[in-house]
Design a protein around this ligand. Structure first.
Ligand SMILES: C[S@@+](CC[C@H](N)C(=O)[O-])C[C@H]1O[C@@H](n2cnc3c(N)ncnc32)[C@H](O)[C@@H]1O
Length: 269
């Protein structure tokens, strides 16, 4: 078992709650179902420990009076503004070429969503069972949005550890155009600029850091870089702007933004 989580739900969501309990238990997460009167802001404030909840919008992670889910539909205005020219991520990953891309650290899938929207065929790898289940939910909901339907056909979710996944690709002699890495970075070391982002992003990061504690499941992804370089024509690593290089490897090229940067490693073959 990965852990034990309480899952809060109102009477109207019993079936959904049971469904998530089954799905999560198959992925090694113990879930205690807790039916409550009203799942509202007051309830979340009074129950600040890390837990799950279900409402009409599906599964959420909650803690400290907040709740979060990937919610790809809320990204639509941002996607409508995005273009191959305006997005640093698009230039770094050469999205104009419609690459086959592995996002080896999927998280909430926001970077992958943008990359798939701009034309990439994306395989998202996530090893955390709760985040993976949130991603699955986000995809199902996004498929119902006409604007996101074609993007969803380029999004493929894989529940796995990327170290194993990349090793398997290598053993099978397969290669991909791009491996994208955005591993966790210790919150205490984050440059202030990087954390001074919109409140929504801050909230999501806080909950992510609670779910993936720094001395537990959160590792810094150093070993993924070496594996990625063996199977990809280019590896793009997202870092806070002033962070040290991943695995202390100097990149071949960098794109610098206000809060973050993309480090690129090109295949020498
Ligand atoms: C900072 S988050 C990525 C955020 C993502 N770029 C986004 O746009 O939402 C890092 C994620 O990588 C996942 N991760 C780290 N190492 C991994 C591995 N070896 N295999 C699969 N997932 C991994 C963590 O569970 C976490 O969800």
């Amino acid at each position: 078992m990965v852990g034990e989580f309480r899952l809060f739900f109102e009477n109207s969501e019993v079936e959904k709650a049971q469904h998530y309990q089954t799905v999560l238990s198959l992925r090694g997460v113990g879930v205690e179902l807790c039916q409550i009167e009203q799942l509202n802001a007051r309830f979340l404030r009074l129950n600040p420990e890390l837990a799950l909840c279900v409402d009409a919008s599906g599964l959420w992670l909650c803690a400290n009076g907040m709740k979060m889910q990937p919610d790809w539909r809320a990204e639509v205005p941002r996607l409508k503004r995005a273009s191959l020219k305006s997005e640093m991520l698009a230039r770094a990953c050469q999205l104009a070429e419609k690459p086959h891309l592995v996002d080896a650290t999927a998280g909430l899938g926001h970077d992958s969503l943008l990359m798939a929207h701009l034309g990439a065929e994306v395989h998202l790898i996530e090893r955390n069972p709760i985040l993976f289940s949130l991603l699955e939910d986000a995809k199902v909901q996004a498929q119902q949005d006409p604007f996101l339907q074609s993007t969803m056909s380029r999004i493929h979710l894989i529940f796995a550890d990327s170290e194993m996944y990349l090793q398997q690709l290598q053993q099978q002699g397969q290669s991909v155009d791009v491996v994208y890495l955005d591993p966790m970075f210790p919150q205490r070391d984050q440059n202030q600029q990087a954390i001074k982002k919109q409140a929504q992003v801050k909230k999501q990061m806080q909950l992510l850091h609670l779910l993936l504690p720094e001395h537990g499941e959160m590792d810094l992804g150093d070993q993924l870089l070496a594996l990625a370089k063996q199977i990809a024509k280019r590896v793009i690593v997202k870092r806070p702007r002033h962070a040290i290089f991943l695995a202390e490897q100097v990149p071949d090229h960098q794109w610098l933004g206000d809060a973050c940067r993309f480090d690129a490693y090109f295949s020498k073959d």
